[in-house]
Design a protein around this ligand. Structure first.
Ligand code: GLA
Length: 387
């Protein structure tokens, strides 16, 4: 739906006129390399996509927040009076969590109508939740002249997800969605939040996102379990070397100290985190020196580490990656996001993209009975006010 159609729908749904409606946009993201490193204070290398969530908003002075979306039938109505509480799993708790954060900063409301419209597939690991959080954060920041900068909005949205939604995510998704820039990938140090926008020069190649369309059933609890395993590793290692997070160690530190980690599974998890950090640095060096073959190899190694050491892939992601790697013209393929379902990202020669989609799609369906979806990614800008 375009903005015109969305404004018509807004007026119909909330029985109001167009005057006074503001609109905002926030993208989804794909991570190119650096997975499960963000909450370990490590490096990530994501970029914003050119599709995402559009939000239309207007004050209603009715003492209520009213939430509607073009994506689900379900609407929400919540009193403006804090405290706000999450009492179910409906989609509108994501924007409500952000409102809760602004309320704690002292912003008071008289009532707002929200109409969201997203074109990020839900639960596909392309950050539909961070997108909805960031678009809400930008909107409230602007409408109420709160005056906080984008990086602070990123932190606020992550806090909403951690505290209100209860998912202990790192900062990568909200950062990529908020700070993305057209045709650039973001090299982010998740410990210091220092970042660099790196031109994504992959001329002759495309980033193809393949969606397993597997529902990410236990993803949140498994995610929190991995975080706890990393905390255990830090505790074990701290007996011999004071560290705040795993990313303070190099791979040779890991080799020297790994015996201090008593549980072999926790040792495997640590190996992934520390080697993945190293791969991000190498991948950026490869990209900067136009060595896409090396970049693709590092993508492959990243997936294999997530598969065998971090164990967050699963049959659907592994199948998509194995099939992708067989297609001539594919330099690398890996899962992206939290894992346990969701999407892969592959670096594919432009002239092979059609074959890729046809062959991988067919073989994937034969093997898993599921129909994959494919998106040729364009790298877009971060969160913005439209009008
Ligand atoms: C999810 C989380 C991120 C990050 C990735 C894994 O997308 O929201 O913070 O941890 O998983 O890299």
């Amino acid at each position: 739906m375009n903005i015109q159609e969305l404004s018509d729908l807004f007026c119909k749904k909330f029985n109001t006129e167009k005057k006074g409606i503001s609109s905002f946009f926030s993208p989804g993201r794909v991570n190119l390399i650096g997975e499960h490193t963000d909450y370990n204070g490590g490096y990530v290398f994501p970029c914003a996509l050119n599709f995402g969530t559009t939000l239309l908003v207007k004050e209603n002075n009715k003492g209520m927040f009213r939430f509607a979306t073009t994506n689900f039938e379900k609407t929400g109505e919540v009193s403006i009076k804090p405290p706000f509480e999450k009492t179910g799993s409906d989609w509108y708790y994501y924007p409500l969590g952000v409102i809760d954060q602004f309320s704690k900063l002292g912003v008071s409301f008289t009532g707002l109508d929200f109409l969201f419209s997203g074109d990020i597939p839900n639960g596909a690991g392309l950050s539909s939740s961070a997108s909805i959080e960031m678009v809400t954060a930008a909107c409230i920041n602007e409408l109420f002249s709160v005056g906080i900068n984008m990086v602070s909005l990123v932190k606020l949205s992550q806090k909403a997800e951690n505290q209100f939604i209860g998912v202990n995510c790192g900062i990568m998704d909200q950062f990529a969605v908020g700070m993305g820039a057209k045709n650039k990938a973001i090299f982010l140090n998740c410990d210091t939040l220092d970042y660099e926008l790196v031109p994504l020069e992959i001329s002759g190649y495309k980033l193809v996102i393949s969606n397993t369309n597997k529902r990410r059933g236990l993803a949140d609890s498994k995610y929190n379990e991995r975080r706890a395993e990393c905390d255990t590793a830090v505790e074990n290692l701290s007996q011999v070397r004071k560290i705040r997070n795993l990313s303070e160690l190099s791979y040779s530190d890991f080799l020297a100290l790994q015996d201090k980690i008593s549980n072999p599974v926790v040792r495997q998890r640590t190996k992934h985190v520390i080697s993945e950090n190293q791969r991000v640095l190498e991948a950026i060096e490869a990209l900067k020196s136009s060595d896409l073959i090396r970049f693709g190899k590092l993508m492959n190694e990243s997936h294999d580490s997530l598969r065998y050491d971090y164990e967050v892939t699963g049959i659907e992601l592994d199948t998509l990656v194995e099939l992708a790697r067989k297609v001539p013209g594919v330099l690398g393929s890996r899962m992206t996001g939290a894992g346990f379902g969701g999407c892969t990202v592959s670096l594919v020669k432009e002239s092979s993209v059609d074959d890729f989609i046809k062959n991988v799609g067919k073989a994937y369906q034969e093997k898993t009975g599921l129909q994959a979806d494919f998106y040729v990614a364009e790298v877009g800008n971060g969160t913005i006010k439209l009008s």
